[in-house]
Design a protein around this ligand. Structure first.
Ligand code: GLY
Ligand code: MN
Ligand code: MN
Length: 462
């Protein structure tokens, strides 16, 4: 946990931004895996973590904007729990540890909510993403289950985005801890990427390294020689020379701040000519994005700057043809990168996306595109100092997509389909860093993880 003053200040700001009414921030419950007491790893809700910092299950945080009082509600453990769990702090003690003076049990919470509704005071909550929390809000507020999301508070969503998007120095320090662990995950796996090994051995190694950093992985590890499938979660392939191995993995710190890093390496440790040429194009796009990222630019513009580098590279290879700006305007390069350049990152690996991607990745002035590829950009908004975003261009030869575009003649003035046929067995490459927007540019966060062709070959052959 950060010191309690951090959480006090965050809650004060939120109450001020919302002005009137009651803000309810439910923490998560345990989630049973196959029977009640065999649960998945507990993950606290990130909004709750941001404002209350507490890791216990079943807590509910309440901010009363009219009285200025904050509350934690939950039932205390009794001896029947404690014989299994050992001694645990009371709800009152937990509340005090994060500067909350008021606490109560779940019956008190129900009464408080009833009274608030009876007084016709506005109640603010974030749209829930778990059915148990939807049911809890439905019962507390007397709203039908199916209507809970409809009554969620856009004011609260926007106030939370405003605060959480700009990371403080202590948050950056946590994110860099998560990247330090990701360094160990990635460099260790690079050294293991030798023929005869299986993807699951490397994926398992990465999970172990994440736990050595005292947290889980921040999303299921992507470790695949079929990187052309963007989020390939299968791990059963044997590594063979000639394949590129895409490793997209990060971890959470004990406080749940995330890292999200991708490296792509040639199995066996030496790039062949084809791998070298595609890798360098993607790396140049990744570097171009970091070169132009600064406050005031939109991430949509950064995506397009990286796209021009990709288009130029494919044109030089003979895969695309025509004027680079025309290629990018038509979206022809998206055949080889059907996703966006990046997303925000923080307490969630895709930070705050439970608030609705449009509310987080876009602002009033910047709207999502409808074009294939650019339309998948998760973050297109104008950047401010303190934003943490991923810079993750890629190149994917997706046979089914290539065949579809070819058959339909999509972007046929810009795509050399005969040349592209030769690349359909290549697989994919992605390179991903986590970057911080600074006052006059940006900084790639964390200890640098080998990224150039020379650095990767050096690590893999040592
Ligand atoms: N790890 C998923 C992503 O890079 O967005
Ligand atoms: Mn990733
Ligand atoms: Mn990412």
């Amino acid at each position: 946990m950060f010191k309690k003053e951090t959480y006090i200040a965050r809650r004060e700001q939120l109450r001020k931004d919302i002005g009137h009414g009651l803000i309810i921030i439910p923490g998560n419950h345990e989630a049973p895996c196959n029977y009640k007491d065999n649960t998945y790893w507990f993950r606290q809700d990130s909004t709750f973590l941001y404002f209350f910092g507490l890791q216990r299950e079943d807590l509910v945080g309440v901010l009363d904007c009219d009285s200025g009082k904050d509350y934690i509600f939950a039932n205390d453990y009794d001896i029947d729990d404690i014989i299994w769990t050992g001694p645990l702090p009371s709800v009152k003690e937990l509340a005090a540890s994060v500067g909350v003076d008021n606490s109560g049990d779940l019956k008190d919470l129900a009464e408080y909510c009833c009274k608030t509704v009876a007084e016709s005071r506005r109640v603010h909550y974030i749209p829930p993403y778990r059915s148990d929390i939807t049911r809890q809000l439905s019962e507390l507020l007397g709203i039908k289950y199916a209507a809970v999301n409809r009554y969620a508070s856009m004011d609260l969503i926007l106030a939370c985005v405003k605060q959480r998007a700009v990371k403080s120095a202590e948050e950056i320090e946590e994110i860099e801890k998560a990247i330090a662990t990701a360094y160990n995950m990635h460099v260790g796996a690079m050294k293991m990427a030798m023929p005869g090994r299986y993807e699951y051995e490397l994926a398992g190694f990465m999970e172990g390294e994440a736990w050595k950093g005292n947290g889980p992985v921040s999303f299921p590890v992507i470790m695949t020689v079929h990187g052309e499938t963007l989020h390939n979660h299968g791990h059963n392939n044997r590594l063979e020379v000639g394949r590129m191995l895409v490793m997209d993995a990060g971890c959470e710190t004990a406080m749940n701040y995330c890292s999200d890093i991708t490296r792509s390496v040639p199995v066996g440790g030496r790039f062949n000519d084809r791998q070298r040429s595609i890798y360098q194009i993607v790396l140049d796009a990744n570097l171009e994005a970091a070169r132009v990222t600064r406050p005031g630019i939109t991430y949509k513009e950064v995506h397009q700057a990286a796209s021009r580098v990709l288009a130029q590279g494919y044109k030089d290879l003979g895969i695309l043809k025509g004027n680079v700006d025309d290629i990018v305007a038509a979206g022809a390069h998206s055949l080889l990168m059907p996703h966006g350049l990046g997303h925000m990152m923080g307490l969630d690996v895709h930070d705050m996306e439970n608030y609705g991607q449009i509310n987080v990745g876009y602002d009033n002035e910047t709207r999502p595109s409808e074009q294939f590829g650019l339309g998948s950009l998760r973050c297109g908004r104008r950047l401010l100092p303190g934003y943490v975003i991923t810079d993750e261009p890629g190149c994917y030869f997706i046979p089914a997509l290539i065949d579809k575009w070819h058959a339909e003649g999509t972007c046929k003035d810009f795509v050399n389909f005969d040349e592209l046929e030769k690349w359909k067995d290549f697989g994919g490459i992605r390179i991903e860093d986590d970057i911080l927007v600074t006052d006059n540019g940006c900084r790639v966060l964390g200890k640098p993880i080998p990224k150039t062709i020379a650095e990767i070959e050096q690590v893999m052959n040592n």
